[in-house]
Design a protein around this ligand. Structure first.
Ligand code: F6R
Length: 612
């Protein structure tokens, strides 16, 4: 979702740095981009373009801009189409501004400003913020006063950065709801949406809290709270790994690279909870409560992270006999959920910034729940606001479609299930060690499937790429995996795809099956194999084009007449979700490549969904 960067250079032209920052924010998903620069005369110049950054760079080649102070933005449209006029920065003669979030009372503010003579140039909610500040400036207020007063009038969620005409050494940023970071480095302080954006110029980072605003001047950043009091926020060293390995390392797409990183990510994530002896999985010592003491767990997440939560429910209930409720975050707090007294609520999010998941976390905290985040981005809002966190070791994920962060989340959930079951005394002697061994074997099995990526590509080419609709079926933990397979396929290839619990197809979806509809059946040989084999027969009887994903033994049992059979090594049922995630992701990825759709930045999607 929208990305923000603001840079002050001591002597040098910062336009290339702003463009680099925008490039690093591309992964968030966007549909237009822009930059505003203060020239040597202290005037603001701006260039914007709909579409990708290359379009903005083309505009900059035609009309070069340079200056020592600049702000940049990648916009993911909410209010108003993805046109140049709606792209940020928005500006007046006095100030320019970039915004991430939604200003909910913009219509009322707009009417007031129009009455004062302001003529709006865009359909966005954002433009009111720069006009409010400009109004204050025109009344003789200082940039600080004008900004502070404007902030007090805004309702909704925002991260904002302002640049002021005639002020080459000043940026003002503010945050409520949407993240904003301050990077500190040899050239001073800069502002950006995340650690990646400020990374190239910074070795330390701090994050604004809600209702903080920051004045960057003379190489320093002064943070104040809503009341105007100066406040300090923790400054941490920036993880140096952020600067490494950001390229595609020879892969065609980030998504492909990230799929192939999964063996390593799974191993790294598992290691964070594995005792040095290798025989026990323990949660971090600083976790202020024992998850195993809970009588009930709530797990809340969105999208792919929600499907990970669903798999987690199967594992935790089966192994630890602890009831687990899973909820889509956007529904959770609006349905007035019944929360177990002193219960534990878990929030799963790759970005750690998803607005609905964060709001659900705050909702639970206000109601006395103990909170546990499972996040990939350290120091993200969900990490900071949870009582404790488990970190997935996926590293930066640039493909908009989650892949390695999904399996890293699964790894932690599997480990959590084992840990709770063990602490509750529910694992027979040797069982904990057996389950851990199975998890330790996962990276090698993933690698084996990855080595057969080209074989999977043929199924994508011959069966999926030409189809309009597809179904994914699974049972047990294979059901959320079927949902995830359908989500991956639809989001990056635009093929309409649905995932179902295989037993449900008779209750409606089987009406869709005919000789043109591929049906991907996830069929490991576990206790439910005979059931899913019957569901497969039901599809076969309607001439559906079955793509069987299972092991050799299963394939032999279901016999001939399949459109394709993807043979996976036999695996213990416990690790099926981790292993079967790989073919499901590769099917979607290769289909996107054959269709020519953008696997890394699918249309309309954002990586970090920071608005409700
Ligand atoms: C799909 C995908 C999304 C995210 C969802 C939640 O491939 O990536 O469905 O899983 O937007 O994002 P996080 O995990 O950052 O909260």
């Amino acid at each position: 979702m929208c990305g923000i960067i603001g840079i002050l250079g001591k002597k040098n032209n910062v336009v290339p740095n702003v463009l680099e920052g925008l490039r690093l924010l591309e992964y968030r998903g966007y549909d237009s981009a822009g930059i505003a620069v203060l020239d040597d005369q202290g005037r603001i110049s701006r260039l914007r373009s709909s579409g990708k950054l290359t379009a903005l760079e083309g505009r900059l080649r035609e009309t070069p801009l340079s200056g020592r102070a600049a702000i940049g933005h990648t916009r993911w449209a909410t209010h108003g189409a993805a046109t140049e006029a709606n792209a940020h920065p928005h500006m007046t003669e006095r100030a320019a501004m970039v915004h991430n979030g939604i200003i909910e009372n913009y219509q009322e503010l707009k009417a007031g400003l129009e009455a004062q003579g302001h003529v709006f140039e865009s359909q966005t909610d954002s433009e009111v913020a720069v006009r409010l500040v400009s109004q204050g400036l025109s009344e003789g207020k200082s940039p600080e006063e004008a900004t502070r007063e404007a902030l007090l009038r805004l309702e909704g969620a925002f991260a904002l950065v302002f640049l002021f005409a005639g002020e080459p050494d000043l940026l003002i940023g503010a945050r409520r709801g949407s993240p904003l970071a301050i990077g500190y480095g040899p050239t001073g302080a800069c502002l950006g949406s995340d650690a990646l954006a400020v990374g190239p110029l910074s070795d330390r980072i701090s994050y604004l809290d809600d209702d903080d605003w920051v004045v960057v001047r003379g190489g320093e950043a002064v943070i104040r709270n809503r009341a105007g009091d100066r406040v300090g926020r923790p400054v941490k060293r920036l993880d140096p790994s952020l600067r490494f390995n950001l390229g595609k390392s020879g892969y065609q797409h980030y998504m492909q690279k990230e799929i192939f990183e999964q063996p390593q990510v799974t191993g790294d994530t598992l290691k964070t909870l594995l005792e040095p002896s290798g025989g026990r999985l323990t949660l971090p010592e600083d976790l202020p409560f024992r998850v195993s003491d809970a009588e009930r767990l709530n797990v809340v997440a969105c999208g792919t992270s929600f499907y990970a939560a669903m798999v987690g429910k199967y594992w935790i209930e089966a192994l630890a006999r602890l009831p687990v409720d899973v909820d889509v975050a956007s529904e959770f707090r609006y349905r007035d959920p019944v929360l177990a007294p002193k219960g534990v609520s878990v929030f799963i999010s790759q970005s750690g910034e998803t607005a609905d998941t964060l709001a659900a976390l705050r909702y639970c905290r206000e109601r006395g729940q103990k909170t546990l985040g499972i996040v990939n981005v350290k120091d993200s809002s969900i990490d900071r606001e949870s009582d404790g966190s488990l970190l997935t070791m996926a590293g930066p994920e640039f493909g908009v479609a989650s892949t390695k962060s999904f399996t890293a989340q699964l790894t932690l959930l599997a480990a959590l299930a084992i840990n709770i079951a063990s602490e509750r005394g529910l694992l027979a002697t040797g069982e904990e060690a057996r389950l851990i061994r199975l998890l330790l074997e996962v990276p090698a099995m993933m690698a084996e499937i990855l080595s057969r990526s080209e074989e999977i590509a043929l199924v994508s080419r011959d069966i999926l790429a030409g189809s309009r609709d597809a179904l994914f079926l699974g049972r047990g933990p294979g059901y959320p995996l079927a949902l995830e397979g359908a989500l991956k396929l639809k989001e990056i290839t635009y093929i309409h795809a649905e995932g179902y619990a295989a037993g449900e197809i008779k209750h409606g979806p089987i009406a869709l099956v005919d000789k043109d509809v591929p049906v991907v059946v996830l069929a490991p040989t576990d206790a439910l194999f005979p059931k899913i084999a019957s569901n497969l027969e039901e599809v076969r009887a309607r001439e559906g084009r079955i793509v069987f994903v299972g092991d050799q033994k299963g394939l032999e049992k279901v016999g001939k007449g399949l459109a394709a059979g993807l043979v996976i090594p036999p695996v213990d049922p416990f690790v099926v979700p981790l292993i079967y995630a790989i073919p499901v992701q590769l099917l979607a990825y290769h289909t996107a490549v054959f269709k020519g759709t953008d696997a890394d930045q699918p249309r309309n999607l954002a990586k970090s969904v920071t608005v409700e």
